[in-house]
Design a protein around this ligand. Structure first.
Ligand SMILES: Nc1ncnc2c1ncn2[C@@H]1O[C@H](COP(=O)(O)OP(=O)(O)O)[C@@H](O)[C@H]1O
Ligand SMILES: CC(=O)N[C@@H](CCC(=O)OP(=O)(O)O)C(=O)O
Length: 261
């Protein structure tokens, strides 16, 4: 049986009209399906209002206690619950979850000698049986980019990584299609040209574009996760504009499709 996992980024969520259109389109995608959301841009804005500075290292937010409070409120509260309410309006029976709810995504606090990331989690285990029990009831799980550790901490977790880990965990039961939606038409071969979409991306091309600096910033962790998902058993991985989510799922052709070789 097929399962669709869609990840939606912060630039889409931050735009109410764009986000509403995306959720309307998402509601047309047949179940079973899962939504994973980011919200980094909104967390940065809220933190700024509270006088808390944002520092990102290799695509991950340094998350001290004050920032953990911000991301817990923003991702687990504001963003997650707003999405769930709108999805109910579009007749998707959504349930909003952090990884701590029902212990569904266990992480370990990120330990890197050179950088103190604070309350940032690297995912260890996803309870696919619990997720499947929701899917079996026709419920659409909506995951905030938060996980937890055995010490009882909430941990901030990169949303692209979380989508990849959930998608891979579900491959035991489903043929999984993973779609990363954002505000551009796909992975671009020319950052200045919004139409220069790379239709098919293979690992060797990725390395080439990365070395040339054409693929950079947030696209690097996104593609690392996307290729990992493909290597770990996800059937199809697409990176596309949020407006093309239905095309990506129904026709399997939109934006950039990843191939292993
Ligand atoms: N070659 C590229 N093609 C498209 N986007 C790119 C490329 N290189 C870097 N980017 C940047 O990557 C960003 C997407 O990553 P990120 O900001 O983490 O998105 P999201 O928050 O949606 O996960 C784009 O907004 C774009 O600025
Ligand atoms: C640890 C870490 O960096 N977590 C991310 C989680 C949100 C996210 O990934 O949001 P986007 O998908 O919108 O970028 C952050 O706080 O920015």
């Amino acid at each position: 049986m097929k399962l669709t996992v869609v990840k939606i980024g912060g630039n889409v969520i931050d735009n109410p009209a764009f986000c509403k259109q995306f959720l309307r389109d998402f509601s047309d995608i047949p179940s079973p399906k899962i939504l994973v959301h980011g919200g980094g841009k909104i967390a940065t804005q809220v933190a700024e209002k509270l006088g808390i500075e944002t520092v990102m290292v290799e695509g991950r937010r340094i998350t001290d206690k004050a920032m953990l409070d911000v991301v817990t409120m923003v991702y687990g509260g504001l963003v997650n619950k707003s999405l769930v309410a709108q999805m109910q309006h579009f007749s998707d029976n959504a349930i909003g979850l952090t990884g701590a709810d029902a212990g569904v995504i266990l992480s370990q606090k990120r330990l890197v000698k050179t950088v103190d990331y604070g309350f940032v989690g690297d995912i260890e285990k996803v309870n696919s049986t619990f997720i499947d029990s929701l899917l079996q009831q026709g419920i659409v799980p909506v995951f905030a980019p938060l996980t937890f550790d055995k010490e009882g901490n909430m941990l901030n977790t990169n949303a692209d990584t979380q989508a990849q880990a959930i998608a891979v965990a579900m491959t035991g039961t489903y043929e999984v299609n993973l779609v990363y939606c954002f505000e551009k038409k796909g992975v671009l071969s020319d950052p200045e040209d919004d139409d220069a979409v790379i239709a098919v991306l293979k690992p060797e091309d990725y390395e080439k574009y990365k070395a040339a600096g054409v693929i950079n910033k947030g696209m690097i962790p996104k593609l690392d996760n996307a290729f990992k998902a493909l290597a770990d058993g996800v059937s199809q991985v697409t990176i596309c504009h949020a407006k093309e989510v239905k095309l990506a799922v129904k026709d399997g052709v939109a934006g950039t499709v990843l191939k292993t070789e």
